[in-house]
Every structure is written in C-alpha cells, then in structure tokens.
Design a protein. Structure first.
Length: 135
C-alpha cells in the first residue's frame, strides 16, 4: 500500500511484514526475524472498537532497542494517521501504551495498520500489522 511504501522509503532502514495474515481481534501476532529475533503485538481488549482506547503491548525476543514507537494509520488513505506514540518499557523486552484511533471524517477505512517502529542508534526496523476494527 501507499502508506507502507512511504514508511519504508523515508522512516525505516528495514521493514519486516508478518509472514501470513494475522487477526489481532482474536490473539497476538508474531513476526519472526533472522537470528531468532521476533516482534509480537497484542492488544486488550481483543475486539478493536472504533473510538475506544485499547492497550497495546509489544514483546521483543532477542532484540535490543533504545526506543519503541507505534503509529496507527489507515491502509488505503495516505493522509490519515496517528501521532508517533512512544511505548513505555515495562521490562527490557515488553513495551506498552494506550491507543485511540484517529478520527476520520466521512467514510471509515476497512483496513488499518499498526506500525511498530524499533530504534537502536541510527537503525530503524518497522513491523506493520494489519487489522480491521469492529464497528
């Protein structure tokens, strides 16, 4: 999508997508990477409702970081996104935040992306997770 193209072109040294579709409404989603590393995204509540806050947890395996951020944006619309949200470290490998989706005038997009951005020094790794909110 356009959003992933722009994100990958300007903000990430590397973008790693989930190997298969994953439904955040039913459970956590894990993206395996090289060298035994992985990024897992989970939400609470499990059902993503529009205009309701959710807790987002990112669990890292074998990955050292300085900061972890989250950006939520509409998959089909290039100009609709949230601010970059800094996740708070709960432990060296678990980061979390509360998120409310951006308000969209007019027609709501059917697909959204939660982009986890992991920074260490000058390196930036972006991991997109697609999902569909429940109306």
């Amino acid at each position: 999508s356009f959003g992933l193209y722009i994100w990958g072109s300007y903000f990430a040294n590397e973008t790693v997508a989930p190997p298969k579709p994953c439904d955040l409404n039913t459970g956590s989603c894990t993206v395996p990477m090289s060298q035994g590393r992985s990024v897992t995204l989970e939400i609470d509540p499990k059902i993503i409702l529009k205009n309701e806050p959710i807790s987002v947890n990112v669990r890292l395996k074998n990955t050292s970081v300085e900061k972890v951020y989250l950006l939520v944006f509409a998959a089909e619309q290039k100009n609709i996104s949230s601010k970059s949200i800094a996740l708070v470290a709960k432990s060296p490998d678990i980061y979390s935040a509360k998120v409310i989706f951006p308000v969209i005038p007019g027609e709501e997009p059917s697909q959204w992306i939660m982009m986890v951005q992991i920074k260490k020094g000058q390196e930036v790794l972006s991991v997109p997770f697609r999902f569909t909110p429940v109306t």
